[in-house]
Design a binder for this molecule. Structure first.
Ligand SMILES: [Zn+2]
Ligand SMILES: [Zn+2]
Length: 180
């Protein structure tokens, strides 16, 4: 996986892994492959443990109270995980790596998530990470929408909340879906 200028793929992968934590190293590898990451080295249980800790840290970036707190937390991830950028053509086309060569899988993924999230936030807006507005859902999302005003993890949750608000306005009646 290479980082596009907005970091979409990396930040979406982070949200997917944070929302549904992988249970085994094999599952972690499979889901990273499904997201387009080239997994060419071993993925060990020690990588899984490190990635799970990384996802906790990443969620604290999502849950930051404001932009400066978010930036500070992400800057700490970048300091821990990213190395100086360098040009490489190991896959045939020139691109940038933000890590040293011969890193563990967890280290590669940490860098990808930290740098990808940074590109996403500076490219699209510092507010574009959040949790679903349906309180009992709380699913994390990266807002890549055109307007940047996403509030729900899915259309299903948006509908659920619309029905709920309608019922509240209608006086709390619980008889089926809202009527026009
Ligand atoms: Zn590469
Ligand atoms: Zn939701």
């Amino acid at each position: 996986m290479h980082l596009n200028p907005y970091g979409d793929a990396a930040v979406r992968l982070a949200a997917d892994l944070a929302n549904r934590r992988p249970g085994t190293a094999g599952e972690l590898a499979d889901r990273c492959r499904a997201a387009g990451l080239v997994v060419d080295g071993p993925v060990r249980p020690s990588d899984l443990a490190r990635v799970l800790a990384l996802l906790d840290t990443w969620e604290s970036v999502v849950d930051a109270a404001d932009e400066h707190e978010r930036a500070g937390r992400l800057n700490r991830m970048l300091a821990a995980d990213a190395a100086h950028p360098r040009l490489t053509d190991h896959t045939g086309g020139w691109h940038l790596h933000y890590r040293d060569d011969h890193q563990s899988f967890a280290a590669v993924l940490s860098t990808l998530i930290a740098v990808g999230t940074a590109f996403h936030l500076v490219g699209r807006g510092m507010h574009r990470l959040g949790r679903c507005a349906v309180e009992e859902c709380g699913t994390v999302f990266a807002d890549t929408s055109r307007t940047g005003r996403r509030r729900y993890c899915s259309q299903r949750c948006a509908n659920r909340d619309a029905v709920r608000r309608h019922r509240r306005r209608a006086g709390g009646s619980a008889d089926g879906p809202p009527r026009a």
